[in-house]
Design a protein around this ligand. Structure first.
Ligand code: BDR
Ligand code: CA
Length: 300
């Protein structure tokens, strides 16, 4: 059974991805590490704890991570994710974050259980870059690493060339891609193959606490802006790839990330880049079937 540590900045799509992993019968979520990004770190931390409390999984350890990128400050994406970050008011969490910081937790877990833990990185890569800086070689002890980030041969979503996660901390993206570890990258070109329309979202039915909450998050995202006609899936695809790699095909490329200037965060195929298995085609039917099965969604 895949054991997954989720590194996240929730975020609407992060929240749905987390719920998917919690609901998947074949997955054990071994911990969650938080990074700033879509929302400030404190809000992301609160969101993870509130989600886990709400769905009755307070035993999963949640660790504070980076509230700032390696250089500069995070730019949040509240225009997309809303003020709360998850479109749904949840009771304040009772559970407290675990005392260990994200980097120490990751280093310890990976050292204790080499080859056993899959990492799903669905926010800026700051925590993972700090892990490699402070504990070199740690990432190579993961069983697999699935990342949502980058925009390869496709326009960016935060600047003309950059995707949000890579743009938030381009230096971290550069360092993780060059850490010399096998990494599966789900970039915007892959994400743009999967969406749900407003009509389809409101036609869906869900069973169970996890599935109903995930569906409410989707529907509330549409309710927040009547001009929204469809919702792209981002982190859900990287999460699916982490525990069901068959949902994507990949091609091996070497990828460079621009670390500064107006093109910061841009990712291009380049001979001197880091090796990644770049998502190519998403098996949309299989992905929806997986999400439907995990979340008890009917009508996907
Ligand atoms: C990515 O950035 C965030 O908005 C999403 O949560 C996703 O991780 C998409 O560019
Ligand atoms: Ca995210």
């Amino acid at each position: 059974m895949p054991q997954i540590i989720i590194d996240t900045d929730p975020g609407v799509d992060d929240a749905i991805a987390i719920l998917m992993a919690l609901a998947a019968p074949s997955v054990e979520v071994a911990g969650v590490t938080v990074v700033g990004g879509n929302v400030p770190h404190a809000r992301g931390l609160r969101n993870v704890l509130a989600l886990l409390d709400f769905v009755g999984r307070p035993g999963i350890p949640v660790h504070r991570g980076s509230s700032r990128p390696l250089a500069g400050r995070f730019a949040s994406a509240r225009h997309f994710h809303g003020f709360s970050g998850i479109t749904r008011r949840l009771p304040d969490p009772v559970t407290r974050p675990a005392p260990q910081r994200a980097v120490d937790f990751l280093a310890h877990q990976l050292a204790q259980r080499p080859g056993e833990l899959t990492l799903a990185a669905i926010g800026p890569l700051t925590n993972l870059a700090r892990l490699e800086r402070q504990h070199p070689g740690s990432l190579s002890r993961s069983a697999a690493l699935a990342v949502m980030g980058g925009a390869v041969d496709t326009p960016g979503n935060i600047t003309p060339h950059a995707e949000f996660n890579f743009h938030c901390d381009p230096l971290a993206a550069h360092e993780v891609l060059n850490a010399g570890v096998p990494l599966t990258l789900v970039d915007l070109a892959a994400c743009r193959q999967v969406s749900v329309t407003r009509e389809a979202a409101f036609a869906l039915k869900a069973t169970g606490t996890l599935g109903r909450l995930a569906l409410e998050i989707v529907q509330n995202w549409f309710r927040a802006d009547e001009r929204r006609e469809s919702m792209l899936f981002y982190d859900q695809i990287a999460m699916a790839a982490a525990f069901c790699p068959e949902v994507i095909t990949t091609r091996q490329v070497t990828l460079a990330v621009e670390t500064e200037g107006v093109a910061a965060g841009a990712s291009t195929v380049a001979a001197d880049g880091g090796p990644v298995a770049l998502a190519d085609k998403v098996d949309v039917e299989r992905l929806f079937a997986l999400m439907g099965a995990c979340l008890g969604w009917e009508g996907v």
